[in-house]
Design a protein around this ligand. Structure first.
Ligand code: ACO
Length: 336
């Protein structure tokens, strides 16, 4: 039997958006017992962006989506599906994807949220790709958007210094053969779920005066355990995605890792035997923006010329769940 030929699928437009307000490590020194020196030394973060009280995740997602659509030269009514990867939706329901679908006017698009922690955007890329690859849809909008600042305990120095807000979006569509997504790797280990969670507010522990008093509506994290997991899984996931693409780390022009901690990024690069000049780093400017970190970093890499047409790009993320995800792409955009 003849195998059905799969379409090549790639990123045909990209954009990102971060709130204007900058919170520096110095600013944090006035909020919790910490120091600029400790934060820079242990994480590489110097500042992060924080959304104002009126701004929700869908507002950042909307702005990023508009930029990605303009970059792709695609109008909202051409979009067939909107996927929003987020751990900080505007509310449980409707989904943030539906809010964005309505606001951009993607009237014929299906829409859903995807929950895979900081790996969410890379998961979304893989999910969105399937629809275009098999011919179900032509254009899919994948967004990673977060307002982690809204669920941080600003009295807990172990977590509040690490995260920031932002959004990144891409339009997926059919590309020339040989370009686009070449190999993927997704994974999960639910046994590590307790290491990183927001305990209350769901059906296990509905919101009550007690859960609020016990500060259970915030990010709770066992930082050291997550660190060990991340160091191991980042290199492994990227290596597997490369293997699926029939490539090795020597073929990679740019690594776009989830921006959580410079030490995790450096150790992933080391495991992949990749020099740091091939690695995109902007954790210093934005902190960990969870599912938004990879599209924000990829957008900056593309717009600054660090990623060019024909480059082999590897994106790799890890996050709550625990989850991990990696995609290998041959960049199909225009040469700058
Ligand atoms: N300022 C000063 N001291 C601090 C701070 C701070 N902001 N935070 C922690 N410390 C202290 C700790 O209390 C501890 O003190 P103690 O020894 O007296 O108890 C000491 O610093 C060392 O703490 P460690 O946890 O051992 O420090 P470590 O080097 O592991 O760095 C960190 C901590 C930065 C959290 C690191 O473990 C990490 O980056 N982990 C991964 C976190 C991550 O990436 N999470 C996101 C996952 S993705 C998602 O889905 C959201």
């Amino acid at each position: 039997m003849n195998e059905v030929k799969k379409r090549s699928v790639g990123i045909i437009g990209i954009g990102s958006h971060v709130p204007e307000k900058v919170l520096t490590n110095k600013d944090l020194e006035a909020i919790v017992e910490t120091s600029d020196e400790w934060i820079v030394d242990r994480t590489g973060i110097r500042e992060r962006r924080i959304a104002d009280q009126e701004t929700a995740t869908s507002d950042l997602a909307y702005q990023a989506a508009l930029k990605a659509l303009a970059d792709a030269k695609v109008s909202a009514d051409e979009i067939d599906l909107v996927i929003v990867a987020t751990a900080t939706p505007d509310m449980f329901f409707p989904s943030t994807a539906c809010l964005v679908q309505n606001r951009i006017g993607a009237t014929k698009a299906a829409a859903f949220d995807l929950a895979a922690g900081c790996s969410g955007f890379a998961y979304g890329l893989v999910v969105g790709t399937q629809f275009v690859q098999n011919g179900t849809y032509k254009k899919v909008l994948v967004i990673g958007a977060e307002t982690l600042s809204k669920i941080l305990d600003w009295t807990d120095r172990n977590t509040c210094v690490l995260f920031g807000d932002g959004a990144g979006a891409v339009v997926l569509g059919e590309v020339e053969e040989g370009y686009g997504i070449l190999g993927v790797e997704l994974g999960a280990d639910g046994s590590g779920g307790d290491l990183l969670k927001m305990p209350a507010g769901g059906s296990r522990m509905p919101a009550s005066a007690q859960t609020v008093a016990d500060r259970l509506h915030y990010v709770h994290m066992s930082g050291n355990d997550v660190f060990k997991f991340a160091v191991k899984v980042m290199g492994e996931a990227a290596a597997k995605a490369l293997e699926h693409a029939g490539l090795s780390s020597e073929d990679v022009d740019c690594l776009i890792p989830h921006q959580a901690n410079i030490r995790i990024i450096q150790s992933a690069a080391k495991r992949l035997k990749m020099p740091m000049d091939k690695v995109m780093v902007n954790v210093d400017k934005y902190g960990n923006t969870s599912s938004a970190s990879i599209p924000i970093a990829l957008n900056e890499a593309v717009k600054s010329g660090k990623v060019k047409k024909n480059d082999v790009v590897v994106v790799v993320g890890f996050g709550a769940g625990l989850t991990w995800a990696s995609c290998v792409l041959k960049w199909c955009g225009e040469d700058l």
